[in-house]
Design a protein around this ligand. Structure first.
Ligand code: NAD
Ligand code: MG
Length: 406
C-alpha cells in the first residue's frame, strides 16, 4: 500500500485487509490514522457509519475502501453520489452493516458505539477472523453469548479498550492460573474532585470535558459518571474469565498506567503509555508484531509523579451498580447497559440532570428485576428482546425521574 503524494490516497498493493465498523467515530478515525500512517501493511475492505455521509465518503476515498455502508437507509443516494468516481461500492441500511462485517477482511475493528454494534460485530466474529474490540457494550450486553460465538468460530479477540489492552499485554508475563487480581485504572473523569451535590447538578457541557481523552459523547459521559469503569469491569470479566473478587479499580488521574496484573508471588506487571488510543489500536492492528502509532512518547521524567487513589463509590455510585449487575449475572448487565444508553442520551438532550442518569439506571434495574427482565437469555434474539424491553422500561420511567428534585 502506498500513499499517492498528490491525492493523499492509499494505493493498495496487498497486505492485511481491514474493515472498520464505526469508521467516522473517535476510535474509527484513530484506526484509519494508524492504517494510513503504516503504508504498505494494510488494505481497507469496508467502512461503516450511522449518518455522517461526508466523513464516511472522505475516509473511503482516502483509503480506497472497497465497500462503504451507511446505517440510515434514507442516506443511500447521498452516499452513492459522494462516492462517484471512486472504487468504493455504496450500500445502506442494517443489512449493509452486516454485509460490511461479512466481507473478507482479516482484521475487523468493532468501533460502533452501544449495543447497536452487537449484530455487525457478531457477523465478523462468525467468520473466525481477528476482532479488535473497542465496543465494550457488546460484552456488557451479551458477554457469555459473545464469547461462546468467539470460541465456536475460532475468532481472535484483541481488546482495544486501553485498560483491557494493557491487561492483555501484562497477562503475557505469567500463567493465567497464577493471576491474583487485575486492576483497571480510571482517570476519575472531570468530576473527580467535585462534591456529590455539585456532580449531580453538572451540565452536559461540563460533563463532556474529559481531562485526558478525546472520545465520542457517550463514553465521555460514561467516564464522568464512572459507569464506563463499571462497564469495563464487566468487559474484563468476560474477556479474561475473571471473577468480581479478582477485579479492582484504581483511580489514576494521569492516565499513564492503563492496567495492572498482580501475580501469586506479589509481582505486579503493568502497561504504560501516553493517553492516546492509537497505541492500543496499533497494538491490535499489528499483533503479534509492533508498528508505529504516531502517539507521543511517554516522558516520565517530565511527568515527575504518578498518583493513585481508591474510587469513591458514594460520589460515583455507577461503579457499585455495575459491579452488582456483574455479580447478579443473567441479563442484569444487559438491562444496566440499555438503561444507561437511554439515560445518557436523555442527559445529552437536556431532559434529565446528571445525577438522574444513575438514579434512572438503578430504578430500571429494580423494576426490571421484578418483571423478570434480568433472566438469562439463551440466544441473540432473547438478548435483543431484553435490550429492547429495558429501553422501553427506561423511557416509561423517565417522567417519574424527571420530576423528582435533583
Ligand atoms: P463515537 O460516537 O465517536 O463513534 C461511534 C461510531 O459508531 C461512529 O462511526 C458512528 O457513525 C457509529 N454508530 C453510532 N451509532 C450507530 C448505530 N446505531 N448503528 C451503526 N453505527 C453507529 O464513539 P467512540 O468514542 O469512537 O467509541 C466507539 C466504541 O469504542 C464505544 O463502544 C466506546 O465505549 C469504545 N471505546 C472508545 C474509546 C475512545 O477513546 N473513544 C476508548 C475505549 C473504548
Ligand atoms: Mg477504557
Amino acid at each position: 500500500m502506498q500513499v499517492d503524494q498528490q491525492t493523499d490516497r492509499l494505493n493498495v498493493a496487498g497486505g492485511k485487509s481491514v474493515t472498520v465498523l464505526g469508521a467516522t467515530g473517535s476510535i474509527g478515525q484513530s484506526t484509519l490514522d494508524v492504517v494510513i500512517s503504516n503504508q504498505g501493511g494494510f488494505r481497507v475492505e469496508a467502512l461503516t457509519a450511522i449518518r455522517s455521509v461526508d466523513k464516511l465518503a472522505a475516509a473511503a476515498r482516502q483509503t480506497s475502501a472497497r465497500f462503504a455502508a451507511i446505517a440510515d437507509p434514507a442516506l443511500y443516494r447521498e452516499l452513492k453520489d459522494a462516492l462517484v468516481g471512486t472504487v468504493t461500492e455504496a450500500a445502506a441500511g442494517p443489512a449493509a452493516l452486516i454485509e460490511a462485517a461479512q466481507r473478507p477482511a482479516d482484521w475487523v475493528m468493532a468501533a460502533i458505539v452501544g449495543a447497536s454494534g452487537l449484530e455487525p460485530t457478531l457477523a465478523a466474529v462468525d467468520r473466525g477472523v481477528t476482532i479488535a474490540l473497542a465496543n465494550k457494550e457488546c460484552l456488557v450486553c451479551a458477554g457469555s453469548m459473545f464469547m461462546e460465538r468467539v470460541r465456536a468460530s475460532g475468532a481472535t479477540v484483541l481488546p482495544v479498550d486501553s485498560e483491557h489492552n494493557a491487561v492483555f499485554q501484562a497477562l503475557t508475563a505469567g500463567r493465567r492460573s497464577d493471576v491474583w487480581r487485575v486492576i483497571l485504572t480510571a482517570s476519575g473523569g472531570p468530576f473527580r474532585g467535585w462534591a456529590r451535590e455539585a456532580i449531580r447538578r453538572a451540565t452536559p457541557q461540563q460533563a463532556l470535558q474529559h481531562p485526558n481523552w478525546t472520545m465520542g459523547p457517550k463514553i465521555t459521559i460514561d467516564s464522568a459518571t464512572m459507569m464506563n469503569k463499571g462497564l469495563e469491569l464487566i468487559e474484563a470479566h468476560h474477556l479474561f474469565g475473571l471473577e468480581s473478587r479478582q477485579l479492582d479499580v484504581l483511580v489514576h488521574p494521569q492516565s499513564v498506567v492503563h492496567g495492572l496484573v498482580e501475580y501469586r508471588d506479589g509481582s505486579v506487571v503493568a502497561q504504560l503509555g501516553a493517553p492516546d488510543m492509537r497505541i492500543p489500536i496499533a497494538h491490535a492492528l499489528a499483533y503479534p508484531e509492533r508498528i508505529e502509532s504516531k502517539a507521543s512518547r511517554l516522558d516520565l521524567a517530565r511527568l515527575g509523579s504518578l498518583t493513585f487513589e481508591p474510587p469513591d463509590l458514594a460520589r460515583f455510585p455507577a461503579l457499585k451498580l455495575a459491579r452488582a449487575a456483574m455479580e447478579a449475572g443473567g441479563s442484569t448487565p444487559t438491562v444496566l447497559n440499555a438503561a444507561n444508553e437511554v439515560a445518557v442520551a436523555e442527559f445529552l438532550a437536556g431532559r434529565i440532570s446528571f445525577g438522574r442518569i444513575v438514579d434512572l439506571v438503578e430504578d430500571v434495574l429494580a423494576v426490571g428485576t421484578r418483571q423478570g427482565l434480568t433472566r438469562a437469555a439463551v440466544n441473540l434474539q432473547e438478548v435483543l428482546a431484553i435490550d429492547h424491553s429495558a429501553r422501553k422500561l427506561t423511557r416509561d420511567l423517565l417522567p417519574e425521574i424527571a420530576v423528582k428534585a435533583t
